[in-house]
Design a binder for this molecule. Structure first.
Ligand code: C2E
Ligand code: CA
Ligand code: CA
Ligand code: CA
Length: 279
């Protein structure tokens, strides 16, 4: 029995060692990605549910890996978070996205707002405000998407002051993944958001009847009565589109229309979309 016990201990330490090696490899890789400038922005358009014009664009981070291709954020953001490098990633993405966006107008592309995702770490970073005061998105407004859960991570007062400063810079606030966190609606509305993004977990099961429909309908109703724009994300099917339209949801985002795409693919997409939509 003793022997087997030792075996288990050895096996356990072996697992720990393997996990440590794995973590070390991921963090080395992330540092390489940063060093070699492999973190890039992808762009996913949002659409006005009534006119189907492009209503805005969300910027999403990707890792352009030399051998493994384009990798999604869940492959590097958690590591970045644990290494306290996520503010740095947000900074890179913001700068690159704005650089791309300056080309849109010359291509005849009209994007009323550009939204970037901001982590809690980045919101606590003084350089964010300095950067945002220097730059502009000339075609329209700039917005930051904050996770509903952020209201727990930050100190209430610090969060409010950060949001106040963003607004003073003319930046719109969007509450991301709305409906899945545990923040009270009242505390979220105190932040004075321009938009609420209904999480795709609430959109996915949408059918013509049922509790889910009532929940989404009531979120849209809250938006209407308070003058807050409601964006549905993860809109994948014609059924989703029809239901959301009939409920009066203003803005739609999801695979039903377009996946996130590279800067150059977005230009082609937007030009074709605008040409088609103006017919
Ligand atoms: P999110 O902000 O909730 O972004 C929406 C996610 O849903 C994106 O995943 C997008 O690609 C995906 N998506 C869009 N339409 C559909 C659809 O119709 N169906 C399905 N199944 N998915 C759809 P992605 O790009 O993998 O990003 C995951 C998360 O990573 C984002 O969730 C966001 O929280 C975070 N993230 C992405 N870029 C950044 C960034 O630059 N900074 C920070 N701090 N976080 C980021
Ligand atoms: Ca988002
Ligand atoms: Ca979201
Ligand atoms: Ca999400």
């Amino acid at each position: 029995a003793k022997k087997r016990g030792r075996g288990r201990v050895e096996c356990f330490t072996e697992e720990l060692r393997a996990a440590a090696v794995h973590t070390k490899r991921l963090s080395d890789e992330l540092l390489t990605a940063l060093e070699h400038d492999q973190i890039i922005p992808y762009f996913q358009p949002q659409f006005d549910a009534r006119t189907m014009a492009i209503a805005g664009v969300e910027v999403l981070a990707r890792w352009n890996h030399p051998t493994r291709g384009i990798l999604p954020p869940d492959r590097f953001l958690p590591v970045a978070e644990s290494l306290h490098r996520s503010a740095e990633i947000d900074a890179i993405i913001l700068d690159k996205a704005l650089f791309e966006a300056t080309r849109w107008r010359t291509h005849g592309i009209d994007v009323p707002h550009l939204s970037v995702n901001i982590s809690a770490q980045r919101l606590a970073d003084e350089r964010l405000f300095k950067r945002l005061s220097e730059i502009s998105f000339e075609s329209g407004s700039l917005a930051v998407e904050l996770l509903e859960s952020i209201s727990f991570e930050g100190q209430g007062e610090e969060l409010k002051s950060a949001i106040h400063r963003l607004k003073a810079l003319g930046i719109d606030i969007e509450i991301d993944d709305f409906g899945t966190g545990h923040a009270s609606i009242v505390s979220l509305l105190e932040l004075g958001p321009k938009r609420l993004k209904i999480d795709r977990k609430l959109i996915a099961p949408l059918e013509a009847e049922g509790a889910q429909l009532k929940l989404v309908a009531s979120i849209i109703e809250i938006g209407r009565s308070l003058g807050i724009e409601i964006v549905a994300e993860g809109v994948e099917t014609d059924t989703h589109v029809e239901i959301l339209r009939s409920l009066g949801c203003q803005t739609l985002q999801g695979y039903a229309f377009a996946k996130p795409m590279s800067a150059s693919d977005f230009i082609t997409f937007a030009q074709e979309w605008q040409a088609e939509n103006s017919k």
